[in-house]
Design a protein around this ligand. Structure first.
Ligand code: C2O
Ligand code: CU
Ligand code: CU
Length: 459
């Protein structure tokens, strides 16, 4: 199990990097809401070309939303009527998908909602789900991997009464920190071309350098207080096993779709591509001058410097929200999704994506059980096994079984993406409450682009 997650492309070990080579962690800004009316929100997103010096003195060609790389954070409240103006200034098509958001199919930003160059797409929807850390990214057929890799990705926060009332760190960029973790492969001159080799088509495109919010070897200054890290694995293909250098425990408080029932003490949290976790790290016992390193396995991801004694701090709430488990007796239909194949042949239920084919037709508000298996076994020692993180649009689901047993505690909250390792079986319960056409797919973007995706219609 452990082995399968290890990088096939080795990560450069930056643990010993000199202090002067470290970069201050960039904090993506909160996007301005142009609609002053209470309960309404309007945002402008420009999809644009950028240039970014990931490595000092070397400029890379990138893509970004409202900037050179990545995008601002869209923050809305539950119940808000939201409109977004997506202006495509590129000379190629794109789409913007709201990953994790429950909105009607036409607003979902999947491969059917193409935004042509020099046009604006204006989706609108009502926020109809609890507080969560979601994200947005392109979803153009066969081009998702490249556009995301070049920099198109941003976070999408939902807040609600509960998230506001809980005793949690809430100061954006101070003690509530967005962390978009990605890996890149740089050329000599600091570029990030998306050229797929044979291995990249097989395993997905993995880099040798880890970036957080677009920075290599980032460091973050905090006070000696409880700090909330909102982790997004925004990588094309790499999974991470996040832990801290001193093996200190932390508390996970949220999974993909929002808060967990209770905060969970743990020492390591694994995130497959597209998965999110919010964790609380308690620095109250630390003093100014102390340092802690956020790691992926043994590799340094980000250095955290405690620079100042805090006057006060939030706590670590034990109880978070109510999550009413679905009742399996209410299941109306059970569907199977078999992920199989290797490289360009990856498929779900033996089929590859066809824009003109609807694979499953569902009824609104009926409880469904989905059995997701991974039959992609490696060709022995040669290739290793192929993990597939399975993602479903338009819904947050409940994982009820992993390999016949109870799923780990941190998979018992709301999820929209779930890792299915080679040979595994995951069962989930889902109720779809928005109509339209949606996608399910593997979130290793090179697998998705190869056709490891299907369509379902909710009516
Ligand atoms: Cu994060 Cu179908 O996508
Ligand atoms: Cu999605
Ligand atoms: Cu896959």
């Amino acid at each position: 199990m452990e082995e399968q997650n290890r990088p096939s492309v080795d990560i450069e070990n930056t643990n010993d990097r000199a202090d002067e080579e470290r970069n201050k962690l960039p904090i993506p800004p909160l996007l301005e809401d142009k609609n002053p009316e209470e309960g309404k929100a309007e945002f402008d997103l420009n999809v644009q070309y950028g240039k970014k010096e990931f490595i000092e003195g070397k400029e890379a060609e990138t893509l970004g939303y409202n900037g050179d790389y990545l995008g601002p954070i869209i923050r809305v409240n539950k119940g808000d009527d939201v409109k977004i103006n997506v202006n495509n200034t590129l000379d190629e098509q794109t789409t913007v998908h709201w990953h994790g958001l429950e909105v009607p199919g036409e607003m979902d930003g999947g491969p059917h909602q193409v935004v042509e160059p020099d046009t604006t797409w204006e989706p609108y929807f009502t926020i109809d789900q609890p507080a969560a850390t979601l994200w947005y990214h392109p979803h153009l057929l066969h081009k998702t991997g490249e556009q995301v890799y070049k920099g198109l990705a941003g976070l999408f926060y939902i807040e609600d009464e509960k998230s506001k009332a809980l005793d949690l760190p809430k100061e954006h960029g101070v003690n509530d920190i967005p962390l978009v973790v990605q890996d890149k492969r740089f050329t000599q001159d600091g570029q990030i071309p998306y050229d797929l080799g044979m291995r990249d088509v097989m395993d997905g495109f993995k880099g040798d350098t880890i970036l957080v919010n677009g920075a290599i070897s980032p460091e973050l200054d905090v006070k000696s207080e409880v700090v909330r890290l909102r982790l997004l694995n925004g990588s094309n293909a790499r999974s991470y096993d996040f832990n801290f250098s001193d093996n200190r425990a932390f508390h996970q408080i949220a999974s993909d779709g929002g808060f967990l029932k209770n905060s969970i003490e743990m020492q390591e949290v694994s995130l497959a591509p597209a998965e999110r976790a919010e964790i609380l790290v308690d620095f109250r016992e630390y003093s100014a001058g102390d340092q802690v390193v956020l790691r992926d396995g043994d590799y340094e991801v980000m250095r955290i410097n405690i620079v100042e004694e805090a006057q006060q701090s939030s706590g670590i709430p034990e109880e978070l929200v109510d999550i009413v488990p679905y009742d399996r007796d209410d299941v109306v239909i059970t569907r199977e999704f078999v992920m199989s194949g290797m490289g360009p042949m990856v498929a779900i239920n033996g089929k590859q994506m066809d824009m003109d084919r609807i694979d499953e037709t569902l009824n609104l508000n009926e409880l469904e059980e989905w059995v997701v298996t991974n039959e992609s076994s490696g060709m022995g020692m040669m290739m290793g096994d192929t993990p597939h993180p399975f993602h479903v649009h338009g819904v947050q689901f409940q994982v009820i079984e992993r390999n016949g047993g109870e799923p780990p505690l941190n998979e018992q909250g709301w999820k929209d993406t779930v890792m299915v390792e080679s040979g595994e079986e995951v069962r989930l319960l889902a109720k779809f409450n928005k109509k339209g056409l949606f996608m399910y797919h593997c979130h290793i973007l090179e697998h998705e682009d190869s056709g490891m995706m299907g369509q379902f219609l909710v009516e």
